[in-house]
Design a binder for this molecule. Structure first.
Ligand code: 5RP
Length: 225
């Protein structure tokens, strides 16, 4: 295991301490969350916990079910006590970029329906300013090349996310466009602009969503609040 994976595993294990018997828990997506779900599977089995997971992607649902963590879709629960998710970049004000794994649409919907949100990251994800990590947009395929041109015209440096010459598609069958902005001086303003562009289903700016971040550091996990 790489050093970075070891830090991810550490924060995953730390995060499950926040999960108590009877909770309905939003389960994020990504390699860090994968460690957390592994740890949760073990905790549920060892302590015979009765919890329900609400997965934010097909990948996470599959992993949870494989570990015998019961899951429900968002519309089958009346609340979510806590959601634990990863992030791609977090600034000092706990504003973040998500969607590196292409799941930010479902992640944001689950997050805004959660009483509490925690992000788990290794220390490389902390930044003074957002933007060096490309900002993902989930976009409707219909007319996406026209949208792409509008993003170019605004100077947003868009790039369609492709693998093997194929468009990457999300769990909702949409495309991803990554904006290579390098720095985001005013995240609120950019979020407003993107919210108003037709064809963008959701952007990866997660603003004012979390108040707890667990950071994996060499000397152990640190809980920031
Ligand atoms: C997926 C996400 C992930 O949480 C984010 O990309 C972090 O992933 P990882 O833990 O693999 O670095 O937003 O859409």
């Amino acid at each position: 295991m790489t050093n970075q994976d070891a830090l991810k595993q550490l924060v995953g294990q730390e995060a499950v301490k926040f999960i108590k018997d009877g909770m309905i828990v939003g389960l994020g997506t990504g390699s860090t969350v994968k460690f957390m779900v592994d740890a949760l599977g073990k905790k549920v089995a060892d302590q015979h916990l009765s919890i329900v997971g609400v997965p934010t992607s097909k990948r996470t649902k599959e992993q949870a079910n494989h570990l015998d963590i019961p899951t429900k879709d968002l519309d089958e629960v009346d609340h979510i006590d806590l959601t634990i998710d990863g992030a791609d970049q977090i600034d000092k004000n706990f504003q973040g970029i998500k969607g590196g794994g292409g799941a930010h649409l479902w992640e944001k919907i689950v997050a805004i329906n959660s009483t509490k949100n925690i992000w788990i990251v290794d220390q490389s994800k902390l930044a003074d300013q957002l933007g060096s990590f490309p900002l993902p947009l989930e976009v409707i395929p219909y007319g996406s090349h026209q949208l792409f041109q509008r993003l170019v015209a605004r100077g947003f440096n868009p790039v369609f996310r492709m693998i093997n010459n194929q468009y990457v598609t999300t769990d909702s069958n949409n495309y991803i466009i990554d904006l290579h902005l390098h720095q985001i001086k005013d995240p609120q303003n950019l979020a407003l602009t993107l919210d108003q562009m037709t064809g963008i289903v959701e952007h990866g700016l997660f603003l004012n969503i979390v108040n707890t971040v667990i950071v994996g550091q060499e000397n152990g996990p640190k809980v920031l609040q």
